[in-house]
Design a protein around this ligand. Sequence first.
Ligand SMILES: Nc1ncnc2c1ncn2[C@@H]1O[C@H](COP(=O)(O)OP(=O)(O)OP(=O)(O)O)[C@@H](O)[C@H]1O
Ligand SMILES: [Mg+2]
Length: 235
Amino acid sequence: MLELKSADVFYGKAQALHGVSMGCAPNEVLALVGRNGAGKSTALRALMGQIPLRQGKRQLEGTDITGLSLSDSSRRGIALVPDSRDIVSGLSAEENLLLATLSHPPGHWTIERVYELFPRLRERRQAQGTSLSGGEQQMLAIGRALLTNPRYLLLDEPTEGLAPVIIEQIVAAIEFVSRAGVSVLLVEQNFRVPKRVAQRFCLLDSGRVVWSGDREEIDDRLEMMLSGLQEGAQV
Ligand SMILES: Nc1ncnc2c1ncn2[C@@H]1O[C@H](COP(=O)(O)OP(=O)(O)OP(=O)(O)O)[C@@H](O)[C@H]1O
Ligand SMILES: [Mg+2]
């Protein structure tokens, strides 16, 4: 399990997370949902070790990893795909993937397996980062994260701004990766994609966990509220 326990996170004087306790269990897809500015990306950064906790703890399989560096967190099996995707624009798609293999020992995920997951990337392997479409960049960002052979894959709004046909490919990839034994923490502002792939849900609002539970616990009222998130509905 990868988890935050009573985590407080600040940007300067502004508090972004207030006593957040949440965690992703082995072999599950957990959706972290909430409207704009709720603290979803901050929670992912905190789980990755990209941003320090002012209070509280970060734990991996019950071990305290609060102070573990970003690179050590990555070596311990945590990978984050940021919403910015961060493709190296001067390198080809394949060079971007090669870069990820350099810093990690070989494991289950190889460039070939990434191409099997996203055949479009094989076709575009020689294309420069700058010429890739949004969907191709997202596939590349996920592929690059998989090459670190994570046990926990943290995805920040992977379907944002993508065409429905590409969203289907990303959803299929999340399902495949999950079946391959990787735990996925999926951040989305809307509820449409998480509703299809997640077994458990955690709703953040104003930096606080306001609801968490299993798919079966989502009643009609909550479903309406979650479905309204992308329209900026109040929680
Ligand atoms: N780098 C930063 N510096 C200062 N404040 C920040 C920074 N990043 C986020 N914040 C603030 O922290 C709070 C939580 O932001 P965060 O980006 O985690 O929300 P989010 O749920 O991911 O929102 P979105 O749906 O827009 O991606 C917001 O009030 C935001 O303005
Ligand atoms: Mg965000």
